[in-house]
Design a protein around this ligand. Structure first.
Ligand SMILES: [Zn+2]
Length: 169
């Protein structure tokens, strides 16, 4: 599948404070707690849901506004709005952060999976994932808000996954 990456939306290249990676699209500010696991969750831009929900899921919803994204590994909830929940079956992409998912995609723009990073670590002891993603954010630019289920930049997730894999290996 080929996506056209629009340079104009390459806002991840804007310098951000350390640790602040939610740079692609201003995400809705208010936080909410997942009705299933209770974790705090960030809001998701409407455009993310427009691109990633199945037609069936969209048909059951009155609107796509006001959803939050639960990133808890063991929680089946992907998006929620109050008590309304959406899970993996409602999405057209696999949510790599959830457990028992394969391939466990971390970077949807440039196709980095946990499996690919683990393989690099096994073969060479290190991974080029972060350098590769950062370089490609500059050129051609990323489209996290329509490709990544979180609706935001993947760098935090990739960094966390590498740390975990390094502990395991
Ligand atoms: Zn949850």
């Amino acid at each position: 599948m080929k996506f056209s990456l629009n340079k104009a939306s390459a806002c991840c290249t804007t310098p951000q404070k350390e640790g602040a990676h939610d740079c692609c699209v201003p995400q809705p500010k208010e936080k909410a707690s997942c009705p299933q696991c209770g974790a705090h969750a960030k809001g998701v831009p409407t455009v993310t849901l427009t691109h990633l929900l199945t037609e069936d899921a969209k048909a059951t919803l009155s609107s796509l506004e006001g959803f939050h994204y639960c990133k808890t590994h063991s929680c089946e909830v992907v998006y929620f709005r109050g008590e309304e929940i959406l899970t993996q079956k409602d999405l057209t992409v696999t949510v790599g952060l959830k457990e028992a998912v394969s391939p466990a995609t971390l970077c949807y723009c440039f196709d980095w999976t946990k499996e690919k990073i683990a393989e690099e670590l096994r073969q060479t002891g290190k991974t080029s994932a972060l350098e590769d993603i950062k370089a490609k954010m500059e050129n051609p630019g990323c489209s996290c808000e329509i490709l990544n289920p979180s609706g935001g930049c993947c760098l935090g997730d990739v960094t966390a996954a590498i740390k975990k894999l390094q502990i395991v290996s």
